[in-house]
Write a protein that binds this ligand. Structure first.
Ligand SMILES: Nc1ncnc2c1ncn2[C@@H]1O[C@H](COP(=O)(O)OP(=O)(O)OP(=O)(O)O)[C@@H](O)[C@H]1O
Ligand SMILES: [Mg+2]
Length: 433
């Protein structure tokens, strides 16, 4: 079978690495890919959001399955385009992807289907935003633009000046352009976060081991937000009984709720939860595999990923649950100097081979490119080093052993990935499922 993966990050390298192991695979392409994906398949220089060129390529090469990594092509309707031509593609269509592409759509959907989420209101102007916040009094609030903003459209505001600054960025300076035409203002919640991913063909679904992302650049969750600095799976904060409840109250209700509204959701449904003292609340949906969660989850998956994704795309997800190995995985992101601000590029990376030859260590590339025999940095998040082991302690140790072998000028990584989870699993050693 011929498979095309769209995207160029660590998530896509992890998917490519696993799909390359399928007994059914004959050719694997990644568009546009990175230095790591070129070692497990063939990179095709088509950007992920050029959906017409991707379609032409898939038609010409007679691709049996296209797997969409990032959200932009989903938002542009790549799934509708491929399906119209009868080409199998893994991912939700444009209507279903609105759960991620419009936060207003997602919140209204949650209310319609009684899915627990933070109280909110919609603002379409500076004055509307101010008057909502005025009515809410001095309480902390979270202000989020409606559309896609690559993780940068969320403002957590504790003070009045912070709220005013966020509204001005959105409505006066219009820094998010059309994605910021409207915004939601919601109550700030407190608790541990969990990424729960499920795979669904629109009717049946299976959940993956819950993961925990680390969004802040600094240790102890300090500093600005990033695309994600590391992840662990399973996430010990989500106890098995609560996980069952979340699957019923959020995942199952969402899939059936969409179906009632005439929308078939096929692909990965990613629920971003926060575990509050009043129970789990849904912060957001994503319509795709998470990055870096995928780099921790996929190494634990024991089955044939190509078959799992293909049967889902065909609307025929098997009833048998996907099998995940026992134990834990920890993925540490190495970034370029300056990230998440303007960052350095074109630094030579050393130690990749040594790290990838270690037992229980996988090196997934993100912002890398090949120049002759050298591998250079080309993005803010450069590499994801995943370690696994029979418990989280070992997984963390293996990940950092891998990290210690790798070098490039200005390399930065958090040294505390997985530590919160480790403290929690110490509290509930039997609950790590
Ligand atoms: N109501 C809330 N209360 C507290 N924190 C929140 C709230 N909403 C969002 N956050 C914080 O902001 C982060 C980003 O919010 P959200 O997931 O809605 O945005 P996003 O830009 O879609 O993120 P992603 O890049 O993960 O898709 C959350 O992971 C969480 O840490
Ligand atoms: Mg999101």
């Amino acid at each position: 079978m011929k498979c095309l993966i769209i995207g160029s990050g660590g998530r896509e390298h992890a998917l490519a690495w696993k799909i390359a192991q399928s007994p059914e695979i004959s050719r694997l392409y990644i568009a546009p890919g990175n230095a790591g994906t070129s070692e497990v398949g063939k990179n095709i220089p088509i950007p992920a959001d050029e959906i017409d060129s991707l379609l032409s390529f898939a038609e010409k090469e007679r691709i049996d399955l296209t797997v969409v990594g990032p959200e932009t092509p989903l938002a542009k309707g790549i799934v509708n385009l491929f399906q119209k031509k009868g080409l199998p593609i893994f991912g939700p269509n444009q209507a279903a992807a609105q759960l991620e592409t419009s936060k207003i759509f997602a919140k209204k959907f949650m209310v319609r289907h009684r899915i627990p989420t933070a109280e909110f209101q919609v603002a379409a102007s500076l004055s509307e935003g101010r008057s909502i916040l005025e009515k809410w009094g001095g309480k902390p609030a979270v202000i989020k633009v409606d559309g896609l903003a690559a993780g940068k459209g969320v403002f957590i505001c504790d003070t009045r000046p912070e709220k005013e600054a966020a509204l001005k960025q959105i409505f006066s300076h219009k820094i998010f352009k059309s994605a910021g035409k409207k915004a939601i203002i919601e109550k700030k919640l407190n608790g541990e976060e969990v990424s729960l991913l499920a795979i669904t063909d629109g009717k049946k679904y299976h959940s993956f081991p819950p993961a925990q992302d680390h969004k802040k650049i600094g240790e102890n969750d300090l500093g600005p937000n990033t695309g994600g600095m590391g992840a662990v799976a399973p996430n010990p904060f989500l106890l098995p009984s609560v996980k069952r409840q979340v699957i019923q109250d959020m995942i199952a209700k969402t899939i059936s709720g969409l179906a009632e509204e005439g929308i078939t959701y096929q692909g990965i449904l990613y629920a971003g939860l926060i575990l509050t003292s009043e129970g789990p609340q849904l912060l957001e949906f994503n319509a795709r595999f998470g990055d870096p969660e995928t780099q921790a989850i996929i190494p634990l998956f024991e089955g044939d990923l190509l078959q799992l994704l293909l049967t889902t795309a065909q609307g025929n997800l098997l009833r048998t649950k996907p099998v995940f190995r026992k134990g834990s995985a920890c993925s540490v992101v190495m970034t370029a100097a300056g990230y998440p601000g303007p960052y350095q590029k074109n630094q030579e990376i050393s130690g990749l081979k040594t790290a990838s030859e270690l037992r229980n260590v996988l090196v997934f590339h993100a912002g890398t490119t090949k120049k002759g025999r050298k591998t250079l940095t080309s993005g803010g998040r450069v590499l994801n080093i995943t370690g696994f082991g029979k418990n989280l302690t070992q997984a963390i140790a293996n990940a950092y052993l891998g990290v210690s072998k790798i070098n490039f000028a200005g390399a930065y990584f958090r040294r505390d990935i997985g530590q919160k989870a480790l403290r929690q699993s110490g509290n509930h050693p039997k609950n790590l499922t």
